[in-house]
Write a protein that binds this ligand. Structure first.
Ligand code: IMP
Ligand code: MG
Length: 169
């Protein structure tokens, strides 16, 4: 696989630290529950949460789309989760907001389980690809319609380990 750098390791580190500072301030004293979306969100989650300077709870949810080549076909499966969300303020941590289907599905699921408020932070937003309306509360970087990998994000299951984000060529 050939990958051309789009966002450097340093740029990601700086932006993630900025996001964490803003979120830490916004949710100070509210005991938020962070829900990290696997697999793509794992690296973003660890870096983001290490920069929150007080103890918080983090849980994980797995979202899988049935793929048509590389892009999602529209069906999103969520794994059952065992944590309690009732009356909690939730912040979903997601790698990429693309069509909007995954985040809408997760939001609906958490609402049904009784979450009080549901917020979201996405590392990458591709507004040009939106199919369903979804407004994230915090965005790392807006990017054009490229297929990317690295920093937790895969191309055919590979490349999640790379410390930068690049375009698949
Ligand atoms: P959505 O449901 O279309 O918004 O898609 C969200 C999910 O599709 C993301 O969480 C990613 O897992 C995956 N995805 C979207 N764009 C890309 C990409 O460029 N590279 C790798 N995965 C992607
Ligand atoms: Mg994802």
């Amino acid at each position: 696989m050939k990958i051309k750098e789009l966002i450097s390791k340093e740029k990601i580190e700086n932006r993630v630290r900025e996001l964490a500072e803003v979120i830490a301030e916004d949710f100070k004293g509210t005991d938020p529950l962070f829900i990290s979306v696997l697999n793509g969100g794992f690296m973003f989650t660890t870096d983001l949460l290490k920069n929150i300077p007080y103890p918080i709870q983090v849980e994980f949810i797995k979202a899988s789309s049935y793929l048509n080549n590389t892009y999602s076909s529209g069906n999103v499966d969520l794994t059952e989760t065992s944590f309690e969300v009732k009356d909690r303020d939730i912040i979903i941590i997601e790698d990429i907001l693309d069509t909007g289907r995954t985040l809408n599905k997760i939001k609906g699921y958490l609402k049904e389980k009784g979450a009080k408020n549901i917020y979201s932070v996405v590392l990458l937003d591709k507004p040009a690809r939106r199919v369903e309306e979804f407004k994230p509360d915090y965005v790392g970087f807006e990017i054009d319609d490229h297929f990317v990998a690295g920093y937790g994000i895969d191309y055919k299951q590979k490349g999640r380990n790379l410390p930068f984000i690049g375009i698949i060529e």
